[in-house]
Design a protein around this ligand. Sequence first.
Ligand SMILES: [Zn+2]
Ligand SMILES: [Zn+2]
Length: 295
Amino acid sequence: MTDGEERLAQPRDAFALLGHDLRLEILLALLSHWEAVETEPQRYSELMRAVGMEDSGKFNYHLDRLRGVYLRKTDDGYVPTASATALYRAVLAHRPTETPARTQLDPGIDCPNCGAALVGVYEREFFSLRCDPCDSVVGEFTYPLPKNSLAERTDREVLEAVYDRAREHIGLARRGQCPDCGGTTTRDVEVSAITETESPVRIDCDTCTWTVRTGFLLPFLTDARVLAALDGVGVAVEDCSPWELPEPTAMVTGADPVQVDLVVTAGEGEVTITIDNDLSVQETRTDCRASEQST
Ligand SMILES: [Zn+2]
Ligand SMILES: [Zn+2]
């Protein structure tokens, strides 16, 4: 088997199990009672009744096939596994049978370059912020967003939701955990690309397909030291929108090991965030103009 075939072997077996009416009914009967850790196990007889089976031989056979993958037997009966509930959640989040009601959104913000109204584009379950006159993706921002995120939200709220989501996800990935699968991540700063691209930071999951290329500030907006330092110079991250945040200037201060200073200049001073190649924050330094003037 090639690497690709081997990687698909387990999902193939798991998906194939669902291609049978009775197994699907057993799974749906379990999921209909699913309330996370509060789930009451369903007894063998209840489950058999729920799917309308009378032939216990046939029922046992299919119940057994699902065991380990989609259901687990406890002392009090059967419960769905995390794989079963994750699949169920994925279907709810991504609504695979519905096309999105909106593909063009008007978030009500202007392009920082030309002042034209930006357009939110929702395509293939990715959200991007585009400026038509500039013919570019603003802030290089494209991030996956489940279709369910568009329900019950205004265009502006969708934009806020996708940024919040990206910030939490990328913060987690920067600290070494994939936001999708919980696996480890590989983090990298493309030093040679710092001046050429707005997205020199790259984070990849070592297990699943989660990946991100991003600029320098977003990955650090969940770090308490960075938030406190920014707050100290008048940038209240929690109260302002990400597109209002100042762009940091990156300066490579070490090559082996890689060390980069990110300098954020704001109204009340300057914050320097020192990071390494693993995207760990080594230190933050604050230089307050206001206090300099008063001394
Ligand atoms: Zn523009
Ligand atoms: Zn992953």
